[in-house]
Design a protein around this ligand. Structure first.
Ligand SMILES: [Zn+2]
Length: 352
């Protein structure tokens, strides 16, 4: 899927270069203008290609018509985070171009916003975001700058993944004063594969509403994803069964949904509060709890300070386990299913 997106971008870029136009100028045009422009280009190309070798002529025409077909047929989807992007690719197949804003190894609470994000949001037919404040620190100003009515809340072009999902750990007093980044409840729900199915279904419904001609295609891809997850749930459940009820420590409170699904307790964190860096006094408390409960594993993510986790591990005899919320955040995890496969096998190995 990644390759086909890269190919599509390459094709549009090639046409833009050939005619001395910058891709960014092309991308700002309306769809109609783009299609019209490509037809013009095709005509002038025909006029100028009398002496061109036949293979070059054919290649040029393929570029033009390839770009033309893409401009007409593909939906532009933007996903804030790579887990939503992965599902969008599963559902959209070759009929949707998916751009993911955050990198898989970036902290989703604190993503570095780049100017290209605004351009992507401005050109989007669909935006998939979490809807539970995970992106609160960086998405709202981008949306304001993008001014794209198609992706406003309650439009078919906006999928808020948390819609219909009951958030865990909702605080009784909503306050961000202490720096707590989970003020609405825990926003890291995608590590529960059953929740991921629901999100995939919302994405399929949105794509079908915006592109009714391909509604059956999106529906079929959702059914395939659903069947894969259902089969995998048996396998993952069996792998985690021997560790039912075990306590695990995590750097950040990213795993309550994963823990709930697979019968673990992940309730002790190196951060004293979500988003607040570990302090020596808090870590001393964690070490005492880990010793008392014989905890064997500390989960860290790519953007956490691994040295802190290593210190706690060496004080307690536990192992540090590298996890990621996002496909692509660990080697060999380019899809959602491969990511959960990797998390389950890594944790099972550490808890043995
Ligand atoms: Zn968080």
């Amino acid at each position: 899927m990644k390759n086909s997106n890269a190919f599509h971008l390459h094709v549009v870029g090639a046409v833009a270069d050939r005619f001395g136009r910058r891709p960014s100028r092309l991308s700002r045009r309306t769809r109609f203008q783009r299609v019209h422009a490509y037809s013009e280009q095709a005509r002038s190309l025909r006029a100028r290609t009398g002496k061109m070798p036949i293979f070059r002529l054919l290649a040029s025409l393929l570029f033009v018509f390839g770009a033309l077909a893409s401009a007409q047929a593909k939906l532009n989807a933007v996903a804030t985070l790579p887990d939503f992007g992965s599902l969008a690719r599963e559902i959209g197949g070759d009929k949707v171009d998916v751009i993911v804003l955050a990198k898989a190894t970036e902290d989703p609470h604190f993503v570095d916003a780049r100017p290209s994000f605004v351009v992507s949001l401005r050109n989007a037919d669909v935006l998939i975001d979490g809807g539970a404040e995970l992106e609160l620190g960086w998405l709202p100003p981008l949306l304001q700058n993008a001014r794209n009515p198609k992706i406003e809340i309650d439009k078919p072009g906006r999928v808020q993944a948390s819609q219909g999902i009951r958030l865990m750990n909702v605080p009784t007093n909503v306050t961000r004063a202490a720096g707590d980044v989970h003020a609405l409840g825990n926003p890291h729900f995608m590590s529960d594969p059953i929740i991921a199915k629901a999100v995939a279904q919302h994405i399929a419904q949105s794509f079908a509403a915006l592109d009714p001609a391909n509604a059956g295609f999106y529906e079929a891809n959702y059914k395939k994803f659903e069947a894969t997850i259902n089969a995998k749930l048996q396998e993952w459940g069996a792998a985690m069964l021997p560790f039912k009820g075990q306590n695990v420590v995590a750097y950040h409170d990213s795993w309550p949904y994963f823990a709930h699904r697979f019968g673990l307790n992940i309730d002790i964190f190196l951060e004293p509060k979500p988003g607040i860096p570990p302090s020596p006094s808090h870590l001393a408390e964690v070490i005492a709890q880990m010793k008392a409960q014989h905890i064997k594993a500390i989960i860290v993510e790519p953007f956490h300070d691994r040295r802190i986790a290593e210190k706690v591990a060496s004080a307690t005899g536990a192992r540090v386990v590298e996890f990621s919320q996002f496909p692509g955040g660990l080697p060999g995890t380019d899809s959602y299913v491969k990511l959960i496969d990797t998390l389950v096998s890594r944790l099972a190995a550490a808890l043995k």
